[in-house]
Design a binder for this molecule. Structure first.
Ligand SMILES: Cc1cc2nc3c(=O)[nH]c(=O)nc-3n(C[C@H](O)[C@H](O)[C@H](O)COP(=O)(O)OP(=O)(O)OC[C@H]3O[C@@H](n4cnc5c(N)ncnc54)[C@H](O)[C@@H]3O)c2cc1C
Length: 271
């Protein structure tokens, strides 16, 4: 006799699934989204995790993503590129509130306060989606407890590509948790390379020419006082490292804290 009990309903929930709670499209090539946070997930602001979707072959399609929200936030935020034929982002860019993504709760990374020696001034240096780890660190009280000044240099091709970062920085002043800590301490220096803007030029050029120091009324970098975190394309990271080394800063790591740390914003040549 056949078993007449009905089969359980197909389980739709993905392994390590988290639910999308918000999606914002900033440009044709950039969007941000928020997801539920696994109760067990602890991370240090600046770290990254693997996230993704189930691929057509039934296997998870995962990529590294910096967590853009601070460690105290009850949800997780991500800031993403849309690569037109990218295996993950060609699909991920279509997620909607209520959809599920896969999130492996194993945070890692070098853009953490623990990987630097104490200092007075912190430089966050980013291009494109390399802003993401600093979106987390700029919202973390520890950043303002540890440093007297925090400088966020972010370069994109166009003004629209800066908008996520601009809004985020603007929102900090009204933030009940860190608004007062941020006031007067955070210096925001966005620049464009292809569209007219009040500040233009690459992070590298503005550092090596001394323009950013003159514009912000700061002394040149000094290994005794200045610390830096770098996140951009491989070429950007190589160029910035050379400039920081020229100022006498040395690359640190979780295992050996020094004066600066670097992380790739993505693998490949990119834009
Ligand atoms: C440590 C780490 C952290 C990362 N954090 C983020 C993040 O916070 N946000 C994010 O959007 N991506 C991030 N990335 C890149 C991410 O892992 C994927 O590469 C990206 O989501 C595209 O996936 P894909 O499968 O669509 O295309 P892929 O096959 O992964 O990439 C295709 C090509 O697109 C270009 N590309 C990929 N990512 C970017 C990017 N972010 N900016 C410009 N060009 C890119 C590269 O040329 C790459 O070869 C990170 C990568 C690393 C290594």
């Amino acid at each position: 006799m056949s078993d007449m009990t009905s089969a359980p309903a197909a389980k739709l929930t993905l392994p390590d699934a988290q639910t999308v709670t918000a999606v914002t499209h900033w440009t044709d090539s950039l969007f941000s989204f928020r997801v539920s946070r696994p109760a067990s997930l602890r991370f240090r602001s600046g770290e990254f995790v693997m996230i993704g979707l189930m691929g057509d072959n039934g296997k998870p399609l995962l990529r590294a993503y910096s967590i853009a929200s601070p460690s105290w936030d009850e949800e997780l935020e991500f800031y993403s590129i849309k690569v037109p034929d990218g295996p993950l982002t060609s699909k991920l860019q279509h997620i909607k509130v209520g959809d599920e993504i896969i999130l492996r709760p194993k945070p890692v990374g070098t853009l953490v306060h623990d990987a630097l020696l104490p200092g007075k001034r912190m430089w966050f240096l980013a291009t494109g989606t390399g802003l993401a780890p600093f979106a987390s660190l700029m919202r973390d009280p520890e950043t303002y407890e540890k440093y007297e000044q925090v400088i966020m240099m972010h370069t994109c091709r166009t003004v629209a590509e800066l908008e996520y970062g601009r809004r985020l920085v603007e929102s900090l002043a009204d933030d009940p948790l860190i608004g007062e800590m941020v006031a007067g301490k955070l210096l925001y220096y966005p620049t464009t390379t292809r569209e007219e803007f009040h500040h233009m030029g690459r992070v590298t050029d503005n550092l090596s020419s001394g323009k950013v120091f003159a514009d912000l009324g700061l002394p040149p970098m000094d290994p005794a006082t200045d610390r830096a975190m770098v996140c951009g394309s491989l070429a950007f990271n190589v160029d910035v490292k050379a400039i920081l080394e020229g100022f006498g800063l040395r690359e640190g790591a979780n295992s050996e804290p020094l004066e600066y740390v670097v992380e790739k914003a993505f693998v490949g040549d990119g834009v």
